[in-house]
Write a protein that binds this ligand. Sequence first.
Ligand SMILES: Nc1nc2c(ncn2[C@@H]2O[C@H](COP(=O)(O)OP(=O)(O)O)[C@@H](O)[C@H]2O)c(=O)[nH]1
Ligand SMILES: [Mg+2]
Length: 233
Amino acid sequence: MYESKTVSVIFPAYNEEQYIRAAVDDFFLPGIVDEVIVVDNNSRDGTVAQAKLTRARIVHEAAQGYGHALRRGLREATGDIVIMAEPDGTFVGRDVLKLLAYADDFDMVCGTRTTRELIWEQANMGWFLRVGNWAVAKLLQMLYGAPSLTDCGCTLRLTHRHALVRILDDFTVGGSHFLPEMVIAALKRGLRIIEVPVNYRGRIGDSKITGNFSGAVRTGTSMIRLILERRLR
Ligand SMILES: Nc1nc2c(ncn2[C@@H]2O[C@H](COP(=O)(O)OP(=O)(O)O)[C@@H](O)[C@H]2O)c(=O)[nH]1
Ligand SMILES: [Mg+2]
């Protein structure tokens, strides 16, 4: 509970057997987090078996994709405050407190992985990803008159349930470019958004989206197309 509001954490999980258990433990902050949901997205490894050893609730999402998994988690979560994260070791459980610190004043609090001191040496955040995430975020900011945005690809994000119910039905993206769609939906509904700096560490297990150059370019291109198309509509 945070200020008498219940808090849910959701993890989209596709073949994350190596870290899922530790991630659930790390994010189940005593006295703060009430529920952790693992959305298994057709994992073929031991993700589900490992998740069963934790206190997390496990739901299975058959439609493959980062967006599908997150959208399912957002619908399943019961908390007044819903936090999205990744179970791959890149995010730090206690950073939930940084998001919560702004939850009184904003409907959505997005992590940004742009503060040099918080990007760990092993993190997959070379110049290309750094500049790319920033540039796409700025495009979104300019075209939609948004508040300052600096990172379009940070999964760590808090949304109030009352805000979430207003945008859930607007979501259409099932792939890895879901995050900007969520921000656009929130802006169109007049929700208040802020970014706060969070830690970004090295990944445990294989990256399936931005781990290689072509994956990063593909995701970035899909994000840009989505941002332009929605603006022209
Ligand atoms: N790429 C991908 N990720 C998925 C899928 N379903 C769930 N996920 C989860 O989405 C998160 C992001 O993927 P990840 O491989 O970490 O990409 P990266 O953060 O760009 O390195 C991870 O927690 C995955 O387990 C899927 O179908 N595809
Ligand atoms: Mg990741």
